[in-house]
Design a protein around this ligand. Structure first.
Ligand SMILES: [Zn+2]
Ligand SMILES: [Zn+2]
Length: 355
């Protein structure tokens, strides 16, 4: 049975505060699960929807939030086995039935649903979702914070999937452009997977954090020419004895200068991943890809089947999320969106809907 007292924070008018009000939820249909929300992480994408710079695919009003953990309290036909389970709700919920999904490319599934974009999201007491893509947190070791795991739904899993798509292997050189947020997780995951990591950023705090999380070399690129930075990176690769074939470049800054810099690092048979987003265009000579026999891949989200290895990294202590997470009551949501807009947030905020 659906709860009578569900509430959510609705985006009604872009540019105006989210509105807390009651949320009408249907009983779960076949294959659906009703999740009681434990926590929902606040992501920059939520701010983009809230301030109107990006339009939600579902018409407004819509409950935002796509980094949710919780517990299944009701389920429709075929999904009953989920009832009572602690779960993570991935930010991208693929249909699980189409050709994309069958090929392991569920994060590009044309029928995918994203909470807080296609359907009501996790800034609420409850969330109704297709059960198929849910990730069970049953195996979490004692003491694991279900609330903290919420950031795995997007930021951490996106970083992980980028390393998978890049074909990152032990002994590779991972060059991360933009070491905060998702990039910070790429640094940690690349290190955990045995790569040697270089981090580039314009913020000293992000670089310090990257160094603490396993980047062997950090480069403050503010005010420097890409050519000059490239020379430094190539010198390091030579020192470490890692040929460009094993260079994995991650553009996680989501800025035009970051994209230009990352692209400049490409050498023969190297691989670049475009992980960050910017609406800006950059001038590039695409023929460098031909000349270098190099690859550039885009990557977005993470297919559900890639979540268990991410959780293993966390459960085994190889990937630390506690130091980058901060807890707050969901009632502070509008203030936090404002803080985010003014770059006042230092950590990823995880919001408690009961406070
Ligand atoms: Zn997000
Ligand atoms: Zn699909």
């Amino acid at each position: 049975m659906s709860p009578m007292n569900a509430e959510g924070y609705f985006l009604e008018t872009p540019g105006e505060p989210l509105v807390k009000r009651s949320l009408e939820l249907a009983d779960p249909g076949p294959g659906e699960a009703l999740v009681e929300v434990t926590a929902c992480g606040l992501c920059h994408t939520d701010l983009s929807f809230a301030d109107g710079s990006v339009t939600t695919r579902h018409a407004l009003p819509l409950v935002l939030g796509h980094e949710t953990t919780g517990r299944v309290i009701a389920a429709g036909a075929g999904a009953e086995s989920w009832i009572g389970k602690p779960v993570l709700v991935p930010a991208v919920l693929p249909c699980g039935e189409c050709e994309f999904c069958a090929a392991g490319r569920g994060n590009a599934c044309p029928s995918q649903k994203m909470p807080g974009n296609d359907i009501h999201g996790g800034f609420a007491t409850h969330l109704l979702v297709p059960a198929g893509p849910l990730v069970s947190l049953d195996g979490a070791p004692e003491g694991t914070s279900l609330a903290e795991i919420s950031v795995v739904a997007d930021a951490v899993s996106t970083a992980y999937q980028a390393t998978v798509r890049a074909g990152l292997e032990e002994g590779d050189m991972a060059i991360v452009v933009g070491a905060g947020g998702v990039g910070g997780f790429v640094v940690q995951i690349a290190r955990a997977r045995g790569a040697r990591v270089v981090a580039c950023d314009v913020k000293p705090a992000s670089l310090e954090a990257a160094a603490a999380f396993g980047a062997e070399h950090i480069i403050d690129v503010s005010g420097r020419e890409p050519r000059d930075v490239r020379k430094e990176v190539r010198g390091l690769a030579k020192e470490w004895g890692i040929q460009s074939l094993r260079h994995r470049i991650f553009e996680t800054s989501g800025t035009a200068p970051g994209q230009v810099l990352a692209y400049s690092f490409l050498g023969p048979a190297a691989t670049m991943m475009v992980v960050g987003f910017t609406p800006e265009k950059v001038p590039t000579r695409l023929s460098n890809l031909m000349a270098f026999d190099a690859s550039v891949h885009g990557t977005w989200g993470c297919p559900p089947e890639a979540y268990p290895p991410v959780l293993d990294l966390i459960y085994s202590g190889q990937l630390a999320i506690s130091p980058v997470v901060e807890h707050a009551p969901m009632s502070k949501l509008n203030d936090l969106l404002d803080d985010m807009a003014h770059h006042r947030l230092k950590r990823r905020m995880v919001l408690d809907p009961r406070a």
